[in-house]
Each structure stands twice: as C-alpha cells, then as structure tokens.
Design a protein around this ligand. Structure first.
Ligand SMILES: Cc1cc2nc3c(=O)[nH]c(=O)nc-3n(C[C@H](O)[C@H](O)[C@H](O)COP(=O)(O)OP(=O)(O)OC[C@H]3O[C@@H](n4cnc5c(N)ncnc54)[C@H](O)[C@@H]3O)c2cc1C
Length: 495
C-alpha cells in the first residue's frame, strides 16, 4: 500500500478499503454522518475534533491488524467506548481512526473460586451488570453513577468512583490483569496473566506495575482488549442512609470518621447545589441556600451477611454521625422529603441513567473538573473554589457551586468534582466563561495539592507542569518505547 499523505485532512479511500478488509465493510465507515457522530462528545465545553474513519472490531486480531496499519501509515488511533467521561477524552483531536469497541462487549469468564471475571475491552456497565444479574446474581461488580452505556473497562482505566470504592478503592484497584494491543500491534499481557493462565492478581513478578501502562493514560498507550476484574460476593442485607450536615466542614469530617470504621461500602455526597439538580430542580435557581438546607448531603451504603452484622454496623455509624453533629435518615424515609424528581430512588440500583443532571431541560451541556485531593483538604478546597464560582458570576442565587465527592479505600483517598451546567444555546462568550471558570477551579485545586483526573489537555498540562522531572522522564521514555510513532490518541495527554 502506498504512503498516505498526512497533510491532507479527511479520509483517504485507500485506508478505508484496508480497514473494511479487516473488520468487514459493515463495521468500517468514512461517511460524513458517521464521522460527525464521533467528532465530539456533544456534552462538554471542549472543542470538536475530527474522525476520519470509524471501525468496530470484534476480536483482538482485528485490533492488531488495525494498529499495524495505523502504525505503518502513522495514522492516529483513538480507542472509544462511549466518550462520556465528561472530559471529551475519546474525541479525536488530530483526526485518524476511531476504534469503537462496542462489539467487544462480552463477559468471557466468571471465576467464582478465585473471585474475578474476564471482560472484553468495550463492554458497557449495562453489558457487565446485566450479564452478572442474569447469570450470577449472588455476586456484584463495582459500578459508577455513570449512564449504563459507559465503558466498564474505560471506567476502570479512568479511576472510576464506584459503589464499592469506600471499601476497596477507586476502580483501578479492581483490575487484576489486562490483555492489550500495543500501537505496534504486539499483544501484551499484564498482572498475573503475564506468567500464568489465571487473571487473579495484579502481579507477582518484579513489579513494574505493567497494569499501570494503561491506567490513567487516556487511551494513549494501547487498546485494552480484555481485563480481569475483581468480583465480590453480594451480601444479602443492605441498608442505606442519607447523612445531612449543615456545613461542608462538618459533612466531610463525619464522612472521614465513618470511612475509618472500615464497615462502609460507599459514601458519596453532593453539595446543596448539585443535590437540588439531581432532585429535579431547574437551573438557574430562584433562590440561594434555604434556611436549614444542608450544605452537604451524603449517602452511606452498608451491607452485611446477617441481620446482626448489619445492625452492629448501623449502630456504629449512628453513634459517629450523632457525635459529629450531623443528621442521619433512612434512605426510604429520606426520599419522601428530599426529592422532587424520581432519580435518587434508583441510586441503589446501578447503573442508572442520570438524566436529571444533563437533560435537555437543563440545557444538555455540562463539564466538571475534579481529581484526587488529600481527604483532609476537601473543605478548604471547597471554600476556595466557592470564591472562584462567585468571581465568574455563578452565584448562590442563580447557578451556585456544584460539588460531588467520594471518599474511598476507608478514607485513604478521595475524589471531588466541581461542575458547571451549560446549554446547547450558550453563546461563544458564555462557553468561554464556563471554560475560564473551570480552568481557574482546576488551578485552585492544583494549588491545594489535587491531582486532576479524567483531564482533557488543558487540565492535563496543569498536572505535568508540577510533576517531578525524573518521573516525567520515565513516563516520556515509556511512551516513546510503547508508541514510537505517537499514533495513540494524540493531543489528549500531551506529554
Ligand atoms: C451523567 C454521568 C455521570 C457520571 N458519574 C460518574 C461517577 O459517579 N463516577 C465515575 O467514576 N464516573 C462517572 N462518570 C464518568 C464515566 O463513568 C466514565 O468516564 C466512563 O465510564 C468512561 O467510559 P466512557 O465510555 O465514557 O469512556 P470513553 O470516554 O470512551 O473513554 C475514556 C478514555 O479511555 C480510552 N479508552 C476507552 N476504552 C479503552 C480501551 N479498551 N483501551 C484503551 N483505552 C480505552 C479512551 O480513548 C478515552 O481516552 C459519569 C458520566 C456521566 C455522563
């Protein structure tokens, strides 16, 4: 095949022919409408990109063939699950081939003895949870609040916050092993699968953390085709509570105290602004924070093997919350008073469609910035970020600060996100204001020691600017070794 002219923008029919020969013409496209669909996330304030070709492989071998072609011809490749990270991370910024992994959506094995399952790289949360509920109802898998169509493996690669993360850490902690196709077309196995037929452990060899070649890399190091992920026994008893606090200082403190008990599955919280949106209230609000309205509302999930076990856990949590001066309400009671919309009722049954958040009625547009901050810094960061919202005209009376957080791994780590809702009808000036405010929030978070995650290029750069030079050098060296022609998701990570 002759060399493609990379100075031309848009697709080259010769490349398309080759792709169609690999995956079949039904699963390869260079038509304008399909390319448009993959050109942006239609959600955030990030700029559109350009997809030249879209392919939907079914097997690891097909992914290999696509990568070899792309590497030979130096064509960018973007792995794509659903591009719903709210950071536009699968938007092709430099054209090229979008690999939509949706056809690689099977759960291949469930190992009940060793408590893991193997899933293909493009499976959605709905694929995984649906399969497990149908065939293995005695088990549960960690799931985020994201819509059911979101990539399951993608979420693990992006440090997702799951409904088991308080107990076991963010979603990257659940990964045992990968099968991945490198940009050169080689297949690599990581974790225990490197040296064993089992996908049961993250590694046992001198540990370079080879899983880490893909976690947090935003699709810039290869395509995960299979992942071995931890499986959990479903405990028969479960109780959920709302925990309301008058201030974020108190709320975060009590959350941390609950986390340390080691008995909680999940604690997530919304500040009053985001809570109201999820409860169905429209933006802009007609009034600021109401008399007695909690500043932070948390949701605490407990589970147990016996009634006695769960009662003991409840007792412990009730005591901590009461001593901390917050208010505990049983979930079933809380939803009666708390919410106008229906949505929160389904929080117990993930994955769910968080339509209230980003529905057309709210303008259909949103973006957040967030990251790992030291758990003790949540409240000071909140107060600093509040001032940024105010400065850019997002006031308590109209469109206030929107925060959502999760402490994880028994309080060892925590993520907090700040959000701005926008409208498809926003003028370019308004969009620029949203972007500028988010940038300043990100900078404020960085100044307080936060590492930004799921970060589109502008935020990723803020991380790199203050990353240890020796560590950066190793990251760059690895990147060059893995992806010598720089074809993987170019522009996104920008190291
Ligand atoms: C309304 C809403 C609520 C959400 N709530 C939460 C929440 O509570 N907690 C949470 O953690 N997240 C949440 N999210 C974000 C979401 O869970 C994750 O970002 C999502 O699971 C990632 O899946 P995706 O399909 O969007 O991935 P994509 O955006 O398609 O991919 C993400 C990145 O990974 C790369 N990638 C994808 N698949 C592969 C692969 N197989 N191999 C290599 N690279 C790959 C892509 O190139 C891209 O850079 C929410 C999202 C929405 C829209």
């Amino acid at each position: 095949m002759t060399e493609v002219d990379r100075t031309q923008t848009g697709p080259d029919p010769r490349v398309y022919e080759h792709l169609a020969a690999i995956v079949g013409s039904r699963y390869a496209s260079m038509s304008e409408d399909v390319r448009y669909t993959y050109s942006e996330d239609f959600l955030t304030f990030e700029k559109p990109g350009r997809a030249d070709y879209v392919v939907m492989p079914k097997t690891t071998e097909e992914v290999q063939a696509i990568m070899r072609l792309a590497n030979r011809q130096r064509i960018p490749v973007v792995p794509w699950a659903s591009n719903l990270s709210i950071g536009s991370l699968a938007t092709p910024l430099d054209g090229g081939i979008v690999i939509d992994l949706k056809r690689m959506n099977r759960v291949l094995e469930v190992n009940e003895d060793d408590l893991y399952f193997i899933v293909e790289g493009g499976a959605s949360s709905a694929d995984v949870v649906g399969y497990m509920n149908r065939h293995y109802p005695g088990y549960r898998v960690p799931v985020t609040f994201a819509p059911p169509s979101c990539g399951y493996v993608a979420s693990s690669l992006l440090y997702g916050m799951t409904d088991l993360s308080m107990a076991y850490g963010d979603a990257s902690f659940f990964i045992n092993a990968f099968e991945a196709v490198l940009p050169t077309g080689e297949v690599i196995h990581t974790g225990s699968r490197m040296a064993s037929p089992y996908w049961s452990h993250h590694s046992a060899l001198p540990d370079f953390g080879l899983n880490g070649l893909f976690i947090g890399w935003t699709g810039t190091s290869g395509v995960i085709t299979k992942a071995g992920i931890k499986l959990f026994v479903r405990r028969p008893y479960r109780t959920d509570y709302f925990m309301d606090a008058d201030t974020v200082e108190r709320g975060f403190k009590v959350q941390r105290m609950c986390a340390r008990t080691g008995v909680v599955d999940d604690i997530a919280s919304n500040n009053w602004g985001w809570g109201r949106v999820e409860a169905g209230e429209s933006l802009p609000f007609s009034e600021g924070r109401r008399q007695g309205e909690p500043e932070l509302s948390s949701w605490i999930a407990l589970s147990g093997n016996t009634v006695k076990e769960i009662e003991a856990k409840e007792e412990l949590i009730k005591d901590i919350v009461s001593k901390g001066g917050a208010q505990l309400t049983l979930f079933e009671e809380g939803i009666k008073n708390f919410c106008k919309g229906d949505q929160i009722k389904f929080f117990k049954y993930l994955p769910m469609q968080l339509s209230n958040d980003i529905s057309g009625a709210r303008g259909g547009r949103a973006q957040w910035v967030g990251g790992f901050c030291p758990p003790s810094m949540n409240a000071p960061i909140y107060r600093a970020v509040e001032k940024v919202y105010d400065k850019w005209g997002y006031t308590a009376e109209g469109q206030p600060i929107q925060a959502y957080n999760r402490f994880m791994d028994h309080g060892h780590e925590g993520i907090i996100r700040y959000n701005i809702f926008g409208s498809k009808d926003d003028t370019p000036e308004t969009v620029e204001r949203h972007r500028a405010c988010l940038r300043e929030i990100a900078q404020t978070m960085r100044d307080h020691g936060t590492i930004l995650y799921k970060a589109p290029p502008v935020f990723a750069r803020m991380n790199w600017e203050r990353t240890n030079p020796a560590a950066m050098d190793i990251i760059r060296t690895l990147k060059r070794r893995i992806d010598p022609n720089g074809i993987m998701n170019p522009g996104q990570m920008d190291i």
